[in-house]
Design a protein around this ligand. Structure first.
Ligand SMILES: Nc1ncnc2c1ncn2[C@@H]1O[C@H](COP(=O)(O)OP(=O)(O)O)[C@@H](O)[C@H]1O
Ligand SMILES: [Mg+2]
Length: 196
């Protein structure tokens, strides 16, 4: 598998699994979104800032801009060199968060992301499926300041969880749904089986 992406709501365990998976796969590179390259890390600080007003359309475009730079500067060269990349969030996060969560529509958000990425698709996408209440409790236990998106209410995350389920059901060849209530070690085993 060349490009493996990890998706799910905040607190589902994506970053934990992404690090474990990248460590377990020979020669794999771990990247995260938004971020991974300098421009995208700066955009990350902007989109997460709880003190900023960011409209839904601007939010979608900021994520897409960060993603465009990540593809051009890191993803495309790594994949061309034959490397395996484990990516903590990708286009599907925008389809779920901005398309469904912010109500912009999945098709509209997909269109700007196709422009941003040149149509690059993941080879395998792992969905960490967890109920929003458990995910919120986990994210809270992380002990970090709550960012602009994490501050949204339960309804927002329920909508996003539903959108992820719909995306996974629509493309079962690419998505593998994992039960995120399992332990980190069990999830790593599940993930290795899913990308093997
Ligand atoms: N499988 C798991 N079971 C229990 N707790 C977990 C699991 N995976 C991660 N955690 C914990 O839950 C919190 C959120 O995990 P994290 O990987 O940061 O989630 P995400 O990147 O999806 O927001 C962290 O404190 C992490 O240690
Ligand atoms: Mg994370």
């Amino acid at each position: 598998m060349a490009l493996i992406t990890i998706e799910g709501i905040d607190g589902a365990g994506k970053s934990t699994l992404a690090a474990a998976l990248a460590g377990a796969l020979p020669d794999a590179v771990l990247l995260r979104e938004p971020g991974g390259v300098a421009l995208a890390e700066r955009v990350r600080a902007v989109v997460k800032d709880p003190g900023l007003r960011v409209g839904a359309r601007a939010e979608a475009l900021l994520y897409a801009a960060a993603r465009a730079q990540l593809v051009e500067e890191a993803l495309a060269p790594l994949l061309a060199a034959g490397r395996t990349v484990v990516l903590d969030r990708f286009v599907d996060s925008s389809l779920a968060y901005q398309g469904a969560g912010r109500g912009l529509g999945v098709d509209a958000v997909r269109a700007i992301n196709d422009f941003a990425t040149g149509g690059l698709r993941a080879d395998r996408t792992l969905l960490l499926r967890l109920d929003p209440a458990t995910a919120r409790a986990r994210a809270g236990a992380r002990g970090e300041a709550v960012d602009r998106l994490e501050a949204e209410g339960d309804g927002f995350f329920a909508t996003i969880a539903r959108a992820y389920d719909e995306l996974a059901a629509a493309d079962p060849g690419r998505w593998v749904v994992l039960d995120a209530r399992r332990s980190p070690a069990e999830l790593l085993a599940d993930a290795l089986a899913a990308v093997g």
